[in-house]
Design a protein around this ligand. Structure first.
Ligand code: ZN
Length: 443
């Protein structure tokens, strides 16, 4: 005889109550509550449980060369190691966590009226992700285990790539990008014809904060760090938290990329006096760590660059000190520098910021390993050398060939670091930031 399903038995069984209580317990974990202004936002985490996306970066084999580069012979002295080979492979093979849509899109108002916690920015990201024009993914995790997000807005093939806040105290550009993407998606959702057309031709790709631990500590204090064993927390009384640049490990992320000249000096040049060979609590000093590509934030940025560089038309790395634009790499191709300077001048026309061109860039004095160095070398088709453990130019010596025609600049917004939102608001509307960001849609 078949067993018939017995409701009476089920309801009276212990198993039923166990199932019910487990369900309720789970619901508490699944629902997250947070506050933006006076709005309480409920996150249905159930719908954004991480899922493995398909592999988006080519197999690492495509990015590694075994030959030793000729430059190796003229390297006088390494002061730090290259990037761990397995770490490099795992960046190339990284499988990001796609965030699923969690409900209907709703506009969350933000106009620099308050300083946003990183969790507020996350709520804005989750909300815009409910629009069909947005893709949101977790591209890595910070040292203090915050999510680092990569956002894609638009259906076009031409990529406009923006990121911000790799330097902790430079939080302004994070709010600029958050404001921009929040309003851009709102305009799209409200049926703005120009925006809809633009987003069918272009894809805005951005990372609002590359250093979310630094963002939170700069704005809300050292107790924002959850892990008190981190270097930043242990040195909290010595570090000037109003001006610090590094991540929670005390590393300047913008000197931590495994570029050709990173972590070494050569050609008989001396190290710049501002370069440090060990961790320091001093500001204005560059320390890119004793191993390149060591930081999880660096690796997240590398992953997203490898995902998008082939389609990128312009790359803007946003900082917040001095209202200037850095453009040009003396060690790379003329074609690249021409493209880059042309774009820098266009940005300058929008913002009034001054362009610093090739003559203000130095190579081989221990100051290399920036994210713009990395992006620029990748579009010149530099591969990672398993010998020197950094990007290699072996077969390009003498004449670098640009493979992907992309402009790459560093954009320094604001006069100086601040967390004053009215200063941000003024810069956004009155110093061309809003105009620039919307202008990029049709650049
Ligand atoms: Zn900076």
């Amino acid at each position: 005889m078949k067993n018939k399903f017995n409701f009476k038995k089920l309801f009276s069984s212990n198993r039923f109550f166990m199932v019910v209580s487990v369900f309720f317990l789970l619901s508490f974990f699944i629902l997250g509550f947070s506050k933006i202004g006076d709005k309480v936002i409920i996150n249905f985490n159930l719908f954004k449980i991480s899922a493995r996306e398909e592999q988006v970066v080519d197999n690492y084999i495509n990015y590694i060369v075994d030959s030793s580069e000729s430059d190796k012979q003229i390297v006088n002295k390494f002061f730090s190691k290259g990037m761990n080979l397995d770490s490099f492979k795992s960046v190339c093979n990284y499988q990001s966590e796609k965030i699923y849509k969690s409900g209907d899109y709703k506009y969350i108002s933000y106009n620099f009226d308050r300083m946003l916690h990183y969790s507020d920015i996350e709520n804005i990201l989750f909300n815009v992700n409910n629009s069909d024009i947005v893709n949101l993914e977790v591209i890595g995790h910070s040292v203090d285990d915050r999510n680092i997000y990569g956002v894609e807005i638009g259906n076009g093939n031409r990529v406009i790539y923006l990121d911000a806040n790799m330097h902790a105290a430079e939080v302004a550009s994070t709010t600029f990008l958050t404001k921009f993407l929040n309003d851009l998606v709102y305009k799209y959702e409200s049926g703005n014809k120009d925006i809809i057309e633009a987003l069918n031709n272009v894809k805005i790709v951005l990372i609002p904060s590359l250093n979310p631990d630094g963002y939170e500590v700069y704005n809300f204090g050292i107790e924002s760090l959850r892990n008190h064993e981190l270097w930043m927390y242990e040195n909290k009384d010595k570090v000037n938290l109003r001006t610090f640049k590094y991540n929670a490990n005390g590393v300047d992320l913008n000197r931590n990329f495994p570029t050709q000249n990173s972590g070494l000096y050569y050609h008989g040049k001396k190290l710049k006096s501002s370069v440090s060979l060990k961790k320091t609590v001093k500001n204005g000093i560059y320390f890119g760590n004793l191993e390149m590509g060591s930081e999880p934030e660096t690796q997240a940025a590398m992953y997203f660059i490898y995902k998008h560089y082939k389609n990128t038309v312009v790359y803007v790395n946003m900082h917040s000190q001095g209202r200037v634009i850095y453009a040009g790499k003396p060690n790379l191709s003329d074609k690249f520098n021409n493209t880059t300077i042309r774009f820098a001048k266009w940005v300058s026309n929008n913002t009034g910021y001054k362009v610093h061109g090739l003559s203000s860039e130095e190579v081989g004095e221990g100051n290399d390993g920036t994210i713009t160095d990395f992006f620029s070398e990748v579009i010149h088709d530099f591969k990672f050398s398993s010998d020197t453990l950094r990007l290699s130019s072996d077969k390009y010596k003498g004449k670098h060939q640009l493979k992907y025609d992309t402009a790459v600049i560093t954009l320094e917004t604001l006069n100086d670091y601040t967390s004053n939102v009215s200063v941000f608001k003024n810069e956004y509307y009155n110093h061309g930031i809003e105009k620039l960001l919307y202008g990029l849609l049709t650049y």
